[in-house]
Design a protein. Structure first.
Length: 253
């Protein structure tokens, strides 16, 4: 169960409307960010500070309870947005989809942030690897997960209705690491309550945005538009574009 709740589990949820315009927009945006709604606060902050002309579309982070639905939801949204934008940036990691996002991204000509999930993005690649090597049984918190623990974990997993399964789901964890974005005394106290509820020691690591902003900027500020993969030609047409009889050029249509 560790994979469901620790390193690929609950990323943060902020309910966005259908679209949140980027700040300082002087013309129609050519770039759309399709984000895990969980990253709404952080992404909007980055967009505002950098003055990007982008549109932001959110997808519910509660889909992390059912990772296969992430791909289904993104497929619908990306195909809808593809004709309207030159560049599509998906602000997700692999997020438990076991590689199934990659064919979809290639299909629609979108790119996504490097990394397996937001915990690794916040902690940073090297730091996260060190933490997992030192203690694989770590349950991670973020600002959002602290705020929404009751909603996403307690009620989301049915622990309020079946408290006996808590030991089954969390029994293999050794500690909690709170990857904190912004120091907040109220959230710190709530993180302590979560640790007490789970019966685990708590560490607070002030990571801020970690590598999230750097990875996002690398995609948004790249001038190259994303382009959808060309549709496959029917076999009868494909034959007309293949070299024949030793030719090194396609025949004329």
């Amino acid at each position: 169960m560790r994979g469901a709740f620790g390193t690929v589990g609950f990323q943060r949820l902020v309910h966005l409307g259908a679209r949140v315009p980027g700040s300082r927009r002087s013309q129609v945006s050519t770039t759309a960010l399709v984000i895990c709604g969980a990253l709404g606060r952080e992404v909007k902050d980055i967009v505002d500070r950098r003055g990007w002309d982008v549109d932001i579309y959110g997808v519910s982070a509660l889909l992390h309870l059912y990772p296969s639905r992430i791909v289904d939801e993104l497929r619908v949204k990306l195909h809808d947005l593809r004709p309207r934008y030159e560049k599509l940036v998906v602000v997700y990691g692999d997020c438990g989809t076991t590689g199934k996002l990659e064919p979809l991204l290639e299909e629609v000509g979108a790119s996504r942030l490097r990394g397996p999930h937001c915990y690794e993005m916040f902690a940073g690649e090297e730091r996260f690897a060190e933490m997992m090597e030192a203690r694989p049984g770590t349950f991670f918190l973020t600002d959002w997960l602290v705020r929404n623990f009751d909603r996403a974990v307690v009620r989301g997993l049915g622990l309020d209705r079946h408290p006996d399964i808590k030991s089954i789901l969390f029994g293999n964890y050794e500690a909690i690491v709170y990857l904190r974005q912004v120091p907040n005394p109220r959230l710190a106290e709530k993180a302590k309550d979560i640790a007490k509820y789970l019966g685990l020691p708590l560490e607070i690591d002030d990571v801020g945005l970690g590598e999230l902003e750097e990875r996002l900027a690398a995609l948004v500020e790249n001038d190259s538009p994303s382009v959808a993969a060309p549709a496959a030609l029917p076999l009868r047409r494909l034959r007309r574009h293949l070299p024949m009889n030793g030719e090194d050029k396609a025949t004329s249509p």
